[in-house]
Design a protein around this ligand. Structure first.
Ligand SMILES: Cc1cc2nc3c(=O)[nH]c(=O)nc-3n(C[C@H](O)[C@H](O)[C@H](O)COP(=O)(O)OP(=O)(O)OC[C@H]3O[C@@H](n4cnc5c(N)ncnc54)[C@H](O)[C@@H]3O)c2cc1C
Length: 531
């Protein structure tokens, strides 16, 4: 198929990072940009769906990091657009832990188990801090191995919701927007104290979102959805009519399969056989997609790049929505979040009712992560519904009604996502993220996973998109300066030839031969990035 006219920049992906990048480019006069999106919509991991007559958020649900010394840019946009949000108060979740017979653990036991789990996590961290990573992981003398259902439940909340490791022994710091405020803040304080205690030796970073933007989190509860922010953003630089984007610079259902790159530019091939050319590409596909074989690169990406991509852990996070004919769970202050303690870690552990967000909606949400997410993704929704009902009957008795509807998002099996968000090692030297972010030739990488301080969050994606487009603009102006210089040399050449001796002229021409030839053949480009 004939390639389309060459664009200045092609942006792959129309999630928050791709759209933020495109908007900055457009605002800086890059009119001939093109956005290629694999799915049939914009938004990526920000996605609402109608469920039980309300809008539920299958992906990002919270605006995290509000009320601090700096203003969260996503919160600012939401406030400007009047997006409806609800404050999430997690402080009582640990006092709503149910055992399998429906009894709530006494607050003393819950507080004690929680304290032990936090202390244990801190000890492990300290072990890591003192550079005994191997040792600390293997030692069991000072750390608690969760065994009882309540210990397992708390361990799950601490690690999968705060440290987001794959197991209780992995020390990975996750984005901290997920339900767990009180506990998160507790462990966060501990992180800080670790850092202070270990002074300059430490490499544990506090969670920038909370330090910079504040500790509060707000759940988006708006019929227009979190994605409304993105439609409004798109409206600022793409042609829209009646809420629909009609601009042909946004192409949906374009699955990019190959990027062929050289000093001259990038050729993009899509699954439907289309070919697009650009001077630069901004690739915003998730880290999970980069780890998959969806997009191939010609020539292949250098080793430092592929190794960095492989090193980044991915987190799968699944919110399962259940609709009931009436509510049978406790409501009121301190009851929004509750926990189920089971012998199997992470088995339908974390619950939220949606009465605060949508009163009368009679919807419950249960959150699964990683292996449990993958397990439910691979089974039928009926099976998942059955499992969830057994859990709910354990907690609330056998006479509760069956759910009338269920919604199970499948982020892991979505080939355009392959994860919910990136998950960097907590103890790291930033090399991995720097390498993931670094461009390769004319291909620039963006997305939440490229945000050093805010990876995993919507604002991380937003800020990454802005940063990446600024870097591309910088390269474009370097190109321009170089082209101007070449132009000047080219114009001066005949003059120089007249004023120089024949010998001088020959050697002078020789000096500017290569760049001139490159210029004339249109091959002048930026140097290949550190391959
Ligand atoms: C379940 C879940 C809950 C979350 N909760 C929160 C939360 O409460 N608060 C918060 O701040 N963050 C949350 N996040 C994280 C947040 O959603 C992401 O960090 C952010 O949306 C990522 O944006 P992005 O632009 O980097 O990537 P994406 O949104 O994934 O955008 C990338 C786009 O690229 C497209 N694409 C992929 N491959 C190709 C290809 N080959 N060709 C063309 N297009 C392609 C994809 O279809 C997608 O549209 C959550 C995420 C999930 C999944």
């Amino acid at each position: 198929m004939e390639p389309s006219p060459r664009s200045s920049v092609i942006i792959i992906g129309a999630g928050v990072s791709g759209l933020s990048a495109a908007k900055v480019l457009a605002e800086n006069g890059i009119g001939d940009l093109l956005i290629l999106e694999a799915s049939d919509r914009i938004g990526g991991r920000i996605r609402k769906e109608k469920f039980g007559n309300v809008s539920v958020e299958l992906g990002a649900g919270w605006i995290a990091g509000v009320g601090g010394k700096e203003s969260n840019p996503v919160w600012e946009i939401a406030a400007k657009l009047g997006l409806r949000t609800c404050f999430s108060d997690y402080s009582n979740a640990r006092y709503n832990i149910y055992d399998r017979s429906g009894k709530i653990f006494p607050s003393g036991i819950a507080a004690d188990s929680y304290k032990k789990a936090v202390d244990s996590a801190i000890q492990k961290l300290k072990g890591l801090e003192s550079n005994c990573v191997e040792d600390a992981t293997n030692r069991t003398d000072f750390t608690l191995t969760p065994k009882t259902p309540i210990e397992l439940a708390i361990d799950f909340i601490l690690h999968d919701f705060e440290m987001a490791g794959k197991s209780s022994n992995s020390f990975l710091l996750s984005p901290a927007w997920m339900p767990r405020k009180a506990m998160q803040m507790k462990i966060f304080e501990c992180f800080l104290s670790c850092i202070w205690n270990f002074g300059s030796h430490t490499e544990v970073e506090p969670i920038s979102t909370y330090v910079d933007f504040g500790e509060r989190e707000f759940l988006v509860a708006d019929e227009r959805g979190y994605e409304y922010l993105l439609y409004k953003m798109a409206e600022e630089f793409l042609f829209t009519s009646e809420g629909k984007i009609l601009d042909n610079r946004l192409k949906l259902n374009k699955v990019v399969r190959e990027l062929q790159h050289s000093r001259n530019g990038v050729t993009v091939r899509t699954e439907d056989g289309c070919v697009y050319e650009a001077h630069y590409v901004i690739l915003s596909a998730s880290i999970g997609v980069l780890q998959s074989d969806l997009i191939s690169f010609r020539p292949p990406l250098p080793r430092w790049k592929t190794e960095a991509i492989e090193k980044c852990d991915v987190m799968v996070y699944t919110k399962i929505f259940l609709k009931f004919p009436y509510k049978f769970w406790p409501c009121g202050p301190g009851k929004e979040f509750f926990i189920y303690a089971h012998e199997r870690r992470g088995y339908y552990t974390f619950w939220q009712h949606m009465e605060n967000a949508y009163p009368g909606s009679n919807i419950l949400v249960v959150t699964l992560t990683n292996d449990e997410s993958k397990r439910v993704e691979s089974q039928s929704d009926e099976e998942t519904l059955k499992e969830a009902m057994v859990v709910l009957r354990d907690m609330f008795g056998s006479d509760i009604p069956d759910a009338t509807d269920i919604l199970v998002p499948r982020w892991w099996n979505n080939r355009f996502q392959r994860c919910s968000y990136s998950n960097y090692p907590m103890i790291s030297n930033n090399q991995v993220i720097n390498d993931i972010k670094a461009p390769v030739g004319r291909i620039f990488f963006t997305g939440e996973h490229t945000s050093e301080r805010f990876n995993g969050y919507v604002h991380g994606g937003h800020l990454a998109g802005i940063d990446t487009s600024k870097a591309v603009l910088e390269e474009m102006s370097k190109d321009e300066r170089q082209n101007d210089k070449q132009n000047q040399n080219f114009l001066l050449e005949p003059l120089l030839a007249l004023t120089l001796t024949q010998a001088d002229a020959v050697s002078g021409l020789h000096k500017c031969d290569v760049p001139t030839q490159l210029y004339l053949s249109g091959k002048l480009g930026i140097p290949e990035a550190i391959l």
